[in-house]
Design a protein around this ligand. Structure first.
Ligand SMILES: Nc1ncnc2c1ncn2[C@@H]1O[C@H](COP(=O)(O)OP(=O)(O)O)[C@@H](O)[C@H]1O
Ligand SMILES: [Mg+2]
Length: 399
């Protein structure tokens, strides 16, 4: 029997575990990435064919390139490993008539205006918002919804390009600067609150497993230069976990996710204690969240995603692995030292250390929720004191 062929698009260096699982299951794996990532530590021995392009999202080049590959390869599935590949993969599936997420659904996982409108239509709470399209609507929004607001790009990630806006004058000036790019933004109410993420496994429209976590500081504060990145697992079955599980299921249903993994974010308003839907992605969470989830649960999101795709391709039923309920916490910071020495951080709960220039990163794991919280709250200021830079804010996740 001819082996199954999976084409992976990776606009960023990631997804090794996905490829590893494909290989373990005897797939022919093709990886397409950008030239600038050619020297990264890709698992070359597991990748059957490795191709480089200047960019994966330039049309019609990418359609021509993949259609050319398809002349003498039977491509069974196309997988988007990075967020920026989600629409491109959908367009390629539509073009080559390959099963999986198509254009309409992909839009709900990439376009923050599309996800807002869809969530609102399905009765899911969202921060009040307005498209940056019609000026009468913008004026009416600013009259109705008290400032501050956030002006954010509809299809970026890692808080890139997000700006807090304090009054109408500041909005009009920002729109002037954006010119014709303004319609690619959405304006919404700034909701002060705590930010959470839920990482899920979805098979045939069912959320089979969802892990709820809470960020230390809101990601916008961190990425825009205001502290270390911290996140940790919430207590299983707690009130917060239950509320998040419910809204997460609603969002996944509303957006029409059929199979794969999702990373959804919610904000809990300080003013009213309600959870609001922030965004959802059809991929594994970045910034090493996959490893944190693995230390908490025992499963790897990339590997499970590959299993789900392959089960569907082969007409088999995907089975969840056994899920453990440990607690894990992840802490990442920029470091002014090129190779920061974290050996003074030596609690036995440390299960992983990030090996990356000018970065410090640790994962802690324990069966005791409070122990993880205590260590995280000790480590965050200590890491700031020992390593932090006054360098410009990150423009990419600290992955
Ligand atoms: N309406 C909002 N109110 C308050 N904070 C927000 C709001 N929208 C975004 N943020 C902040 O900006 C961060 C990034 O926004 P998000 O919509 O998740 O985009 P992305 O992560 O793709 O850049 C959030 O994690 C949060 O800290
Ligand atoms: Mg986000």
């Amino acid at each position: 029997m001819a082996s199954n062929t999976i084409l992976c698009l990776a606009s960023y260096f990631k997804g090794g575990r996905f490829v590893q699982e494909c290989k373990r299951q005897n797939c022919h794996t093709i990886l397409l990435t950008q030239e600038k990532f050619k020297d990264e530590a890709w698992p070359r021995d597991l990748i059957d064919e490795f191709f480089l392009l200047p960019s994966l999202n330039k049309q019609p080049d990418i359609t021509h390139a993949v259609s050319y590959l398809a002349r003498d390869r039977q491509i069974d599935r196309i997988v988007a490993l990075d967020d920026y590949d989600v629409e491109v993969a959908a367009a390629l599936r539509e073009h080559l008539r390959i099963p999986g997420m198509g254009d309409t659904t992909a839009r709900y996982f990439r376009d923050k205006l599309a996800m807002r409108v869809q969530a609102q239509e399905k009765g899911i709470p969202v921060p009040e918002f307005v498209p940056v399209i019609n000026y009468d609507q913008l004026r009416a929004f600013m009259g109705r919804v008290p400032a501050p607001w956030v002006l954010k790009p509809r299809s970026e990630a890692s808080s890139m390009g997000i700006k807090k806006i304090h009054d109408a004058e500041e909005l009009w000036r920002s729109l002037d600067n954006l010119g014709d790019r303004q319609s690619f933004y959405v304006l919404e109410k700034f909701v002060p609150g705590d930010v959470y993420h839920v990482d899920s496994i979805v098979s045939e429209r069912k959320v089979l497993c969802a892990i709820s976590n809470k960020y230390g500081l809101p990601p916008m504060t961190v990425y825009q230069g205001g502290g270390v990145f911290v996140t940790s697992t919430l207590p299983y079955g707690s009130d917060e976990d239950q509320a998040l599980q419910a809204i997460n299921r609603e969002v996944i249903g509303a957006m029409g996710m059929v199979r794969g993994v999702t990373h959804a974010e919610f904000i809990r308003g300080h003013a009213d204690g309600r959870f609001y839907f922030l965004e959802i992605a059809a991929r594994v969470g970045g910034a090493n969240i996959d490893l944190m989830v693995e230390h908490a649960t025992g499963f790897n999101l990339w590997a499970e995603w590959a299993k789900i795709e392959l089960c569907h391709l082969r007409g088999e039923t995907y089975q969840l692995p056994e899920i453990q309920q440990h607690f894990a916490g992840l802490i990442v910071s920029l470091a002014h030292q090129e190779t920061p020495d974290t050996s003074a951080y030596n609690d036995p709960e440390i299960v992983w250390r990030l090996d990356k220039k000018h970065h410090v990163g640790l994962i802690l794991a324990s069966d005791d929720y409070r122990r993880v919280q205590t260590l995280m709250s000790e480590y965050a200021p200590r890491i700031t004191a020992d390593f932090s830079t006054s360098a410009p804010p990150l423009d990419k996740p600290p992955a």
